[in-house]
Design a protein around this ligand. Structure first.
Ligand SMILES: *Cc1c(COP(=O)(O)O)cnc(C)c1O
Ligand SMILES: [Zn+2]
Length: 404
């Protein structure tokens, strides 16, 4: 490991990087790696390279363990055609994170945090999740040959259990208050030498920086005016925001986009605090939304998201489920099928245009965090039209109904 430090995002207390400290022992706020201020993007062939190698200057590793890579990242940035026309925007881009090895952006943080865990000599890893992170950690844990613990909610439906269990981790459905499991797992990890790759741990945040690096490369460093992204724990927001700041510090871009942090109206602790100009989030009692991947009632990085948002000049929006479902349909018209949480940013774009916060002239990159096939149950929210017809009548049926 290079000589860098971890700092508390609130009080600034320093911690050594070659330790598995994730939160400050004084404020219990998340720790973060110091800002990279010197570095460049490595040349190379991205068909063969890993994100670890291409962006090596932005990670503190002296050498890399690339055998465990599944070629995460390097996802497409797709220029909107259908949606931008429908909503009257000049320039919207979709970063399609569904094209990752486990169909969500989580793989970026998993590979980077695993590098750290392996450097520190861990042979056991774990996570707390009922969704995309559980799948990602189970997949990479298996590939790396590590004993892998996944702590799940007690009422985890089989539809969501299968995609985790297939990788053969130790899956534990934990009875009790799920909200306590984040802290509890870190405590168990410390005692038993298990590295818990939870939602917003420092090295997971480092992995999310690569989303920003790629967006800049894909736009030839002409950075967007706005990044619109869903936020649950706040880990991904922190990584994306930090990524842009690092590129600016390294002289690779000349401005930092404003970030629009999107939550579901049925669970919006960060939005509630932002709207009321408060410095700390309050726990949401009842989370009620279709966007489960961002339904975190007490985001462990919520306060840091508030601090960074203020500095960044962006905003926070909460969108209702109906708008999210509509946005999911709109994205499908574009040819992209995402899960509800990943449709939330487009719902926010539509809402912000109606409220005249956005004019339609801005250059916007929207982060679509995960693919739609991961939440098939959400399809029940849509009405689809199908037709029935006998084989011998098919020719006539098509002619009379659709070709006149
Ligand atoms: C995890 C996840 C998010 C939220 O990311 P955080 O880092 O927890 O804020 C958003 N969308 C999808 C699809 C996710 O899986
Ligand atoms: Zn602190």
């Amino acid at each position: 490991m290079r000589k860098v430090s971890l700092f508390c995002t609130k009080c600034g207390k320093a911690f050594p990087v070659d330790s598995s400290n994730f939160r400050c022992d004084i404020c219990n706020e998340p720790l973060e790696l110091e800002l990279v201020t010197k570095g460049k993007i490595r040349e190379g062939n991205i068909l063969r390279q890993s994100i670890l190698e291409r962006y090596a200057d932005f990670f503190p590793f002296k050498d890399l363990n690339e055998d465990i890579s599944l070629h995460e990242g390097f996802t497409p940035l797709i220029k909107s055609k259908v949606v931008s026309e429908l909503l009257d925007f000049k320039s919207i881009y979709f970063k399609n994170e569904g094209e990752n090895p486990t169909w969500a952006y989580k793989d970026r943080g998993t590979i980077v945090a695993l590098q750290h865990a392996l450097k520190l000599g861990y042979n056991k890893v774990g996570t707390v999740s009922c969704g995309n992170m559980a799948v990602s950690v189970a997949a990479y844990g298996s590939r790396a040959g590590l004993k892998t613990f996944i702590f799940l909610k007690e009422n985890m439906p089989d539809e969501k259990l299968g995609p985790v269990a297939i990788y053969n981790p130790i899956s534990v459905k934990v009875q009790g208050f799920y909200g306590d499991l984040y802290d509890k797992s870190l405590e168990i990890g410390k005692k038993n030498d298990i590295y818990f790759l939870n939602s917003d741990i420092p090295f997971r945040v480092e992995g999310s920086k690569t989303i920003s690096f790629e967006i800049c490369e894909q736009l030839d460093f002409a950075v967007p005016d706005y990044i619109v992204m869903p936020s649950g724990s706040g880990g991904n927001f922190r990584g994306v925001e930090k990524g842009f700041r690092e590129l600016k510090n390294c002289g690779l871009i000349d401005k930092i986009p404003k970030i629009i942090c999107v939550q579901a109206a049925g669970c919006s602790p960060v939005y509630n605090a932002f709207k009321n100009n408060e410095e700390t989030i309050k726990r949401v009692q009842e989370a009620e939304t279709i966007a489960l991947a961002i339904a975190n009632p007490f985001p462990p990085s919520g306060n840091q998201v508030l601090r960074r948002l203020k500095e960044n000049g962006g905003t926070c929006v909460a969108v209702a489920d109906e708008l999210i479902v509509e946005a999911q349909r709109l994205l499908a018209l574009e040819g992209i099928f995402v899960q509800p949480s990943s449709a939330a940013p487009l719902a926010a774009i539509k809402k912000l245009k109606e409220e005249n916060y956005l004019t339609g002239n801005e250059k916007i990159a929207c982060i679509l965090t995960a693919g739609g096939l991961k939440v098939p149950s959400a399809l029940a929210k849509h009405k689809f039209q199908t037709y029935d017809c006998e084989l011998e009548n098919l020719d006539q049926f098509i002619k009379t109904n659709f070709l006149n």
